[in-house]
Design a protein around this ligand. Sequence first.
Ligand SMILES: [Zn+2]
Length: 315
Amino acid sequence: MLALSLDMGGTHIGCGLVRDNELLASSSLDSEPAQSLESLLPAVAAELKKMLQECGLTAEECHGIAIGFPGIVDARRGRILSTLKKYEDAIHLDLEQWAKHQFGLDLRMENDARMALLGEQYTGAAQGLSDVVMITLGTGIGGAAMMLGKLVRGAHAQAANLGGHLPVNFRGHTCACGNIGCAEAEAAGWSLPRIAQETPGFRESSLADVPQLNFQALFAAFRNEDLVACTVLQHCLDVWAANAVAVIHAYDPEMVVFGGGVMQAADVILPFVQEFVDKHAWTGWGKPRVCAGILGGNAALMGAVPLLTEDFRIV
Ligand SMILES: [Zn+2]
């Protein structure tokens, strides 16, 4: 099955052309989350058409278009329900109409973390498993869960999606979502500068000279044995590990898949989280495996075929 696929991230829009579990072509368009999605659609359509042409294929040969969107998405009704500072105009756009008009194709949308989970379960780290949880670490922390081979969606389409907003510190900071001490508020890309600045000794740390303090800079300083970086990283590892135990207790998975850009440092993250899970998760059957996604930045694009072929009527 041939499909067009889009992954609408905070800093770029991933465009893909997939045939079953094979990514035939992909590219990335720069974007700003504050930008309107409507202003980006012409470039997105042009990119997908160019991709089809270069592969010698046509839109008529495709089964549909799948979109992974960073917000709360009701896939069953084809609607974006809520956004959080990313593409705020998307709620009011008729993307189904756009897909019909531009390509003559049906469109399905889903939350981007759920798309990544679909991709990893279809052809990645969790292939063949029916009970899996995904945690994506990046600017924010995304979450998704699959139970008995079906995505967990809930009454209002947000079930398991707010894994990054599970509280890990009830005396912690107020999160962008309004809750207190969410995992995101304690250890995500957007909260990292504040966490570092609040760490004793920050002014003397090499991190104080970093113009844009992100996880790449944190891991670099950690590998240079900067003491403040070590403290901040340990704090983040504790948060991610607590988050993993929380979703294990909630969804009873066989595997927890970590994805997102921060997993470039999987060699540091995975052993710690697995050990924490082995020690602290209450499971009567053994321990879930903690793995990194193997599809990297293409995970959500690879969720296209499972999403487009999902039978919503039996959910
Ligand atoms: Zn939150």
